[in-house]
Design a protein around this ligand. Structure first.
Ligand SMILES: [Zn+2]
Length: 307
């Protein structure tokens, strides 16, 4: 066995075994990776309950990592390819800023939501290779992949593969969970087969170097109240909503789904109230300064290193 990033064959520290996968940490590049590095495939994602809930209750709001990119502002004449575009909330926001917006994903259900909800047209179910084969002339100013890297079975090959999509001065922009976060809202979902790798700032910098990139912008999220709320949410799961979704699928009946939506709204309201009550705790955390770079995610923009 060797490290999936730096190919080191030794100093791979065994961490634990979970779901039939073994987790190791490489002492040379710092990555935590699973053995085997095997992606469970599109049908697993289409059926995984966390993603079903995401599709159903998508508000169309962009996430903090999307906003890191979007705050660059107006983008007339620039184009963008979003890998793993999901239900398209990021591409929709990018399109509204003037980007010529393209996306691919292997999850057909999410793509359907994207077409219906945001009227996105340049999105398709394809791999990078398939897209290039059909559109060999299109190159991009930006190739984005939010919350994708940790699912990929071969991160180095993934980055090498997407270089062909980039214009000469093009950039990649991406995000992933920060494994050095103070609160962990992901729990089981952060393990294989869902997440095959775990990253922090240092392992990212080594990875970029190995892939021939250099960071233009690297943001490790500071701890925010929302991190704590997401952590609470993950600890108090009743499974009721999941059960309703399962029921509605089994009986192809929309009633349980309506109930699930109402329940979800109630839940959001309760957590909003809790977040108000929790504010003083957060002032304390801020006072002692234990928030810097301890948030749930990392955002990075990078370009090819000049030879
Ligand atoms: Zn390594």
């Amino acid at each position: 066995m060797e490290c999936c990033i730096c190919k080191a064959g030794e100093n791979l520290g065994f961490i634990k075994e979970i779901n039939g996968y073994k987790l190791y940490q490489c002492a040379r590049c710092g990555i935590i990776f699973s053995d085997p590095m095997k992606n469970p495939g599109s049908s697993w994602y289409e059926n995984a309950e966390i993603y079903q809930i995401g599709r159903l209750f998508s508000t169309g709001k962009t996430a903090w990592y999307h906003n890191q990119f979007l705050k660059m502002g107006e983008a007339k004449g620039k184009n963008i390819m979003d890998l793993g575009c999901g239900f398209g909330q990021f591409l929709n926001a990018a399109k509204n800023l003037g980007y010529d917006a393209y996306g691919i994903d292997f999850d057909t259900q999410s793509l359907e939501v994207a077409r219906e909800k945001f009227k996105l047209t340049n999105i398709s179910q394809a791999t990078i290779e398939e897209f290039i084969k059909i559109n060999p002339e299109i190159k991009f100013d930006y190739v984005t992949f939010f919350e994708v890297l940790e699912h990929v079975a071969s991160p180095v090959d993934f980055i090498n593969g997407l270089k062909k999509l980039l214009k000469t001065n093009g950039q990649i922009a991406f995000s992933f969970p920060n494994r050095d976060r103070l609160f962990d809202p992901l729990g089981e979902d952060d393990n294989p087969p869902n997440h095959l790798t775990k990253w922090n700032e240092n392992s990212l910098i080594k990875f970029l170097d190995i892939c021939g990139f250099e960071a233009v912008k690297l943001t490790v999220k500071d701890l925010k109240k929302e991190d704590f709320i997401m952590f609470l949410k993950s600890k108090f799961k009743t499974g009721l909503i999941k059960k309703m979704i399962r029921e509605s699928k089994k009986e192809s009946n929309s009633k349980p789904l309506k109930k699930a939506r109402i329940l979800n709204n109630i839940k959001e309201t309760v957590y909003f109230l809790i977040s108000l009550i929790a504010s003083p705790v957060f002032w304390l955390i801020y006072l002692v300064g234990a928030y810097k770079k301890k948030g749930g995610g990392i955002y990075c923009q990078a370009r090819l290193k000049l030879k």
